[in-house]
Design a protein around this ligand. Structure first.
Ligand code: GDP
Length: 207
């Protein structure tokens, strides 16, 4: 599998610092603490891959990883800053919202967005807002979306079904081709949904 060979490429605090690239890029987004770093590490089968994104000074950066064999990389993964963290100053929040909005709107090689949503809380206003930035490109088939309902191990079967149903209702509002949107209950702990998610990402990169 490609996933064994993911490596850190670069970090950027501004969009113009991101290298232009031909490879399909997959962006990982989510509220801070939604389980994004853990999910990236799990999907890459590398415990420390998204660790760089958590080091002080880099939490407000876009961290770029290259995935696949070194001589034939298959995709880029972009770990976007977690949003909604209460301790971040308002100015800095606004700036980052703008950077993320612009990234999602204009990044040329963006092929897919993986949004981490805590399965216990469901979509928040911020999650919906973030989705709205990229919704036009999902709508016209340019970008695909995969929603991971994270930490599903914390819910029982009935709660899991309910969480999935609610999130699906939110996504239905996007009124796009269903083929461009995926959603799965996900747990890095129990590995629920990990295989499906990995398969989806691989599929996006090979299109
Ligand atoms: P991030 O801020 O979105 O990158 O979130 P992290 O990946 O750092 O995870 C936030 C917290 O949730 C940490 O304490 C993780 O150990 C925990 N966590 C992440 N994924 C899971 C999961 O699948 N199950 C459970 N029970 N906890 C998780």
């Amino acid at each position: 599998a490609w996933t064994h060979t993911a490596r850190f490429l670069t970090t950027a605090s501004r969009l113009d610092q991101l290298p232009a690239h031909e490879l399909p890029e997959i962006a990982f987004v989510g509220r801070s603490n939604a389980g994004k770093s853990t999910a990236i590490n799990t999907l890459a089968q590398q415990r420390q891959l998204a660790y760089a994104s958590k080091t002080p000074g880099r939490t407000q950066h876009i961290n770029l990883f290259e995935v696949g064999p070194r001589d034939a990389p298959q995709a880029l993964w972009a770990d976007l800053p977690g949003y909604g963290y209460a301790a971040v100053a308002r100015q800095s929040k606004l700036r980052w919202q703008e950077v993320m909005a612009r990234y999602l709107e204009i990044r040329r090689n963006l092929a897919g967005v993986v949004q981490m949503v805590d399965s216990r809380h469901g979509f928040t206003d911020l999650d919906r807002q973030l989705l709205s930035f990229v919704a036009p490109r999902i709508g016209n088939g340019e970008v695909k979306l995969l929603v991971l309902l994270t930490k599903a191990d914390k819910l029982n079967r009935k709660e899991q079904a309910e969480s999935l149903r609610r999130a699906q209702a939110v996504l239905a509002e996007l009124s796009t081709d269903e083929a461009d949107i995926g959603i799965t209950l996900f747990s890095s702990l129990s590995r629920l949904g990990v295989g499906d998610a990995a398969e989806t990402l691989q599929h996006w990169a090979s299109q």
